[in-house]
Design a protein around this ligand. Structure first.
Ligand code: ZN
Ligand code: ZN
Length: 585
């Protein structure tokens, strides 16, 4: 029986790294060969117990089989001195294993290890008994969603050749990088062993990366270079009427979703593989367009939602593109929809109503029922924000309304003196509001009390700002302004020739944003702007907010193209020149 190559443990998590040095066996999983599985009978698989401790402790281990087809484990108990190893022999009953798999049982089972470290000098043990497992795999994979056997898809060499899609329930699958078991695209941890990380990249399932819209990520390298990964379509359509008007893209699970409409109003929801750009499923037809500039879909809990200008609210299975529900709301939706949590159980939809006012719909994200409908002073045309159980909505009357997301009751309302083309941003218990009058307000999220206010510019703020905890990054018609989040002092302006209306993102202090001149600009922390990517010279504009996930920057332009750009080291893309070429100003 071949033993797997020593399993690698992701180093991203320090908890996993600690466990790696303590894990009492090697490798972490063994697989029965396909020939033995087919012929039946009893076969032995082996792994080693190891005591890597350098603290002089004795490792004491008790072993027990975790399935009936593991016919025996020898020895059943062992004590290893520092640096010692001992081979364990696992007897696998292939006939019983085949019977279990045929009946829909799991093709993997643990040999359980109950272990503790004993110290000779005082007889104490370190932290008591702990549990670990070495997995024994039959050369059969099962779908983590419908639990059917994927046997037909396993390669002749016995490798866990995981099909891209389950042929029975159409769940999207990817193999666990540690043990090879098939996992749903939705999963972050392996279905077989929750210490295996199958997907580490944070999602960007809605405007600004999360319901508070702060548009910033601390993880990753401080990078501001961009290289093209893919685009859809691959080149901008020459004829204006063939161009798709995209709403803001969102990213989760390794996919990108965005709504787009033709000049005739033919509208669809699209989803692509974030890595390759391959379509995930047939574009899902929408009754009318999602508003392109500030509208946008959202992803959470395996669902994608979108709301159209005429009030259709749709919910689609993220991995299959199939309809989950569709309702018609009495109003017009211009802002993006926002789920209130990772589970996607609640959805916020801002709507302008025919009486010239507006309302915030609080919906059941799973079933599409309207739970509460909170009236607003004026019509909203940007996304609501959500944090700590409360929703925050801007409307065109200049009001910021705070709504209890459980009851739909208005908690407080504050006047900001002018209307908004931006969503509120919540961070550290404060709400940031930027008005079309060039004023930024910082308010206490709990009470609505003003913390500070600053007139930054005479130009309107035309997009949702980013907030990295230290600075607020404000897109305006005369450039990108940086204001201190704590004190409300203006600290820097990056002037631009054309207005900035797309939401900026901040990656480890490095700024990235699209402009209405069609270019993407970046500024490493503390440095000036550099042009990083051009979407075209024929009046192409970037207005919709971008998404950042899976090492990519995803942004739509008015030339009809959705771009997937890979974030790379700045130096690799923009070599220094003595001409200062590529500068924005
Ligand atoms: Zn399935
Ligand atoms: Zn795994």
């Amino acid at each position: 029986v071949p033993e797997d190559a020593a399993a690698t443990v992701p180093t991203a998590s320090s908890a996993a790294a600690t466990e790696a040095t303590e894990f009492p066996a090697s490798p972490r999983s063994v697989t029965l060969g396909p020939a033995e599985f087919t012929t039946g009978g009893k076969h032995a698989a082996r792994f080693r117990l190891v005591n890597p401790a350098d603290d002089g402790s004795v490792l004491h281990v008790r072993l027990a089989p975790g399935a009936a087809w593991i016919a025996g484990v020898l020895p059943s108990e062992a004590a290893l001195g520092p640096g010692e190893q001992q081979t364990v022999s696992v007897t696998i009953d292939a006939d019983e294993g085949r019977r279990v798999v045929r009946d829909g049982g799991a093709p993997s089972a643990p040999v359980r290890l109950l272990y503790q470290r004993l110290f000779a000098e005082n007889g104490s043990n370190n932290g008591g008994e702990r549990e670990a497992a070495v997995y024994v795999h039959l050369p059969v994979a099962t779908c983590p969603a419908c639990h059917r056997s994927l046997e037909a898809a396993v390669g002749r060499d016995g490798a866990h050749a995981v099909p891209e899609v389950c042929p029975y329930c159409f769940e999207r699958l990817r193999p666990c990088p540690v043990c090879g078991a098939p996992n749903s695209w939705l999963a972050r941890q392996c279905a077989q062993d929750s210490s295996h990380v199958v997907r580490a990249s944070p999602d960007w399932g809605m405007l600004g990366g999360g319901s508070a819209h702060d548009g910033s990520r601390a993880a990753g390298r401080a990078t501001t270079g961009l290289a093209r990964r893919w685009s859809f379509p691959s080149v901008p359509p020459a004829r204006r009427e063939n161009r798709l008007a995209w709403s803001a893209p969102v990213a989760a699970y390794g996919l990108i979703a965005a709504a787009a409409a033709t000049a005739d109003g033919d509208a669809h929801l699209y989803a692509f593989d974030a890595r390759t750009g391959a379509p995930m499923w047939e574009p899902y037809p929408l009754p009318d367009p999602v508003y392109p500039d500030r509208g946008g879909a959202a992803i959470a809990g395996g669902r994608i939602w979108a709301a159209t200008v005429d009030g259709a609210c749709v919910c689609v299975d993220a991995l299959r593109g199939t309809r989950l529900w569709e309702v018609s709301l009495p109003g017009h939706v211009y802002g993006a929809v926002v789920p209130t949590g990772e589970d996607g159980k609640r959805l916020l939809v801002p709507a302008a109503t025919d009486d010239g006012r507006g309302c915030l719909f609080l919906m059941d994200g799973e079933h599409g029922t309207v739970l509460h409908q909170t009236p607003l002073v004026g019509p909203p045309d940007s996304a609501p924000a959500f944090a700590d159980g409360r929703a925050f909505v801007h409307d065109d009357s200049g009001a910021l309304t705070c709504v209890d997301a459980e009851t739909g009751a208005v908690v407080w309302t504050a006047a900001c003196g002018a209307g908004f083309d931006s969503a509120p941003v919540v961070r550290d218990g404060k709400v940031i509001s930027t008005t079309s009058g060039g004023v930024v307000w910082c308010r206490d999220a709990a009470t609505g009390e003003e913390t500070w206010r600053l007139t930054v510019t005479n130009a309107p703020f035309g997009g949702t700002p980013a907030h990295d905890g230290l600075l607020v990054y404000l897109p305006a018609d005369d450039g990108l302004h940086l204001v201190s989040a704590g004190t409300g002092r203006a600290v820097r302006r990056h002037p631009t020739l054309q207005p900035v209306r797309s939401a900026p993102v901040v990656l480890d202090g490095a700024l990235l944003f699209g402009s209405t001149d069609g270019n993407v600009y970046g500024a490493p922390a503390g440095r000036g702007l550099e042009k990083l990517y051009e979407t075209g010279t024929t009046g192409s504009q970037i207005i919709a907010a971008p998404a950042v996930a899976d090492g990519g920057f995803f942004v739509a332009a008015t030339n009809g193209v959705l771009y997937a750009l890979t974030v790379v080291e700045a130096a690799a893309v923009t070599p220094p020149t003595d001409q200062g070429a590529g500068r924005a100003v």
